[in-house]
Design a protein around this ligand. Structure first.
Ligand code: GTP
Ligand code: MG
Ligand code: NA
Length: 465
């Protein structure tokens, strides 16, 4: 069937921003749940997914839509929650690469913070449209709660002093965004031209606790989806699917959480996954989702399905999933397909990464915990470091003696500075460390990408000093 504007899929919305800006709380508000309070230390450590049905979107925007009169045609919305903590750059990178549109959450009391800026650059680099939630507006002094109301109605009843604080904080945020090269404005103050300009970012004041502005942000996302992203959102029968997480679940064994963007996934399908050791083909034995408006991360009453239609998040049960890599694509072998073709296609992202390696084969080795982290790291070394740091080899997971041997060749090639492994969030066993000392290989380790770069730059400076 032809793709049409009358048959849109759910937009995939990712929610990003610095730690504790209120990303999970905002979702809790829309879900009417309490996921955030159940998190260890109140910190999100995994990617999550929540599906909102059309009727939920209608109900939660009803009051604002009395005046906006927007004809909502989307079948629903799939929202991906990401961690804001600094050590989860890989998950933010994965999230930002999967979505159609994003919410960047800023704590109005704190302005732009480190991981907000990092998220901002990820979204920019990928050309992903986003809105900024200026969250915790209820913390402006003497805020008068207007539970769940459209934000303009709430602002109308605030005392003058509260409004002054709000305006001053909002304009600070605007300036800080400007410093990052982002033009923005409070969304109802944007002119026609601003809306036309795809680089202009709407700001939406919100409170995840008292709910002001939540109607606004939901309706705005629906409007952007239908008006600007409809081409991309026309539903398509070809399976488009990515691995979100790989994890063991009590009673189910190893499972993979997938984001099915387009097409169908069915029980019994012969699915092809990407691992570092090559592609694997396995039968889908179970398809599970949480109920609508519930978080996939929570072991709730999963619903079993025979068939899933994108866009949706789904937990898949099958054999041999242990080595599947998060962030990689998934395909299904159809009746007319050659298995070998499908395998090559599934592996192509990894193959492409390998192709990006330094062509003269001189450069450092980069080792990361996941493909997403590896991608983020390579992109960082290529684009955000001046001069770029050349990479000659990559790997995922634990560093072995053979990796050390491999990169020690740089010493013989006359570039000992590249006899270096940049290890992001991976174990380095003692044998590997000892071997590295013997063959003059440096191993820099860090849980934060920027720290790795700092270490390597300092080392290069010492060499050339
Ligand atoms: P990470 O996932 O760990 O990055 O944090 P997060 O962005 O998901 O923030 P979270 O939802 O965990 O909220 C952090 C803290 O801020 C919690 O104590 C929330 O109760 C509080 N909080 C979140 N949103 C608001 C808000 O709009 N107003 C007020 N007053 N507090 C808020
Ligand atoms: Mg969170
Ligand atoms: Na938090």
């Amino acid at each position: 069937a032809a793709r049409t504007r009358d048959d849109l899929r759910c937009p995939v919305v990712v929610i990003m921003g610095h730690v504790d800006t209120g990303k999970t709380k905002l979702l809790d508000k829309i879900r009417k749940t309490n996921v955030q309070e159940g998190e260890a230390g109140g910190i999100t450590q995994q990617i999550g997914a929540t599906y909102f049905e059309k009727k939920t979107l209608l109900a939660q925007t009803a009051r604002l839509n009395e005046t906006e009169k927007f004809d909502l045609t989307l079948p629903g919305m799939l929202v991906i929650d990401t961690p804001g903590h600094e050590s989860f750059t890989n998950l933010r990178s994965r999230g930002s690469s999967l979505c159609d549109v994003a919410i960047l959450v800023v704590d109005l009391m704190h302005g732009l913070e480190q991981q907000t800026i990092e998220s901002l650059h990820m979204l920019r680099n990928r050309g992903t449209p986003f809105v900024v939630a200026l969250n915790k507006v209820d913390r402006c002094y003497d805020w008068k709660t207007c539970k769940d109301s459209p934000i303009r109605d709430a602002l109308k009843v605030q005392p003058e002093g509260t409004m002054q604080e709000f305006r001053s904080r909002a304009s600070d945020a605007k300036l800080q965004l400007q410093e990052q090269g982002v033009n923005s404005n409070i969304y109802w103050e944007m002119g026609e031209d601003d809306w036309e300009n795809s680089d202009f970012v709407p700001l939406v004041p919100t409170s995840a606790i008292t709910g002001e502005g939540v109607q606004d942000i939901l309706l705005l996302l629906c409007q952007i989806s239908q008006r600007k992203l409809w081409r991309r959102l026309m539903w398509c029968a070809n399976l488009q699917c990515t691995v979100l997480e790989v994890k063991a679940i009590d009673g189910l064994g190893m499972t993979v959480d997938l984001l099915v963007v387009n097409g169908y996934l069915r029980e019994g399908d012969k699915a092809v996954f990407c691992t570092l050791d090559g592609p694997i083909v396995t039968e889908i034995r179970g398809l599970l989702t949480p109920p609508p408006s519930r978080e996939m991360r929570i072991k709730s009453e999963y619903i079993h399905h025979k068939e899933i239609k994108g866009a949706l998040g789904v937990k898949v049960i099958g054999n041999g999933l242990e080595k599947v890599m998060a962030g990689t694509p998934v395909l299904v072998v159809g009746p007319d397909d050659e298995v070998e073709d499908i395998k090559a296609e599934v592996m192509s992202d990894l193959t492409k990464l390998q192709e990006k390696l330094s062509t003269d084969k001189k450069g450092v080795m980069v080792q990361a915990s996941t493909l997403g982290a590896l991608e983020a790291l390579l992109q960082f070394l290529r684009e955000d470091t001046k001069p770029p740091i050349p990479v000659s080899a990559i790997g995922i997971g634990t560093i072995h003696k053979r990796d050390v041997t491999k990169i020690s060749i740089m010493n013989e090639k006359g570039c000992p500075e590249y006899a270096t492994i940049l290890a992001f969030d991976v174990p380095v066993p003692r044998e590997a460390r000892e071997h590295a000392e013997e063959v003059n290989v440096r191993i820099f380790t860090a849980d934060i990408i920027y720290h790795l770069f700092d270490q390597f730059t300092r080392f290069m400076e010492e060499l050339t000093a």
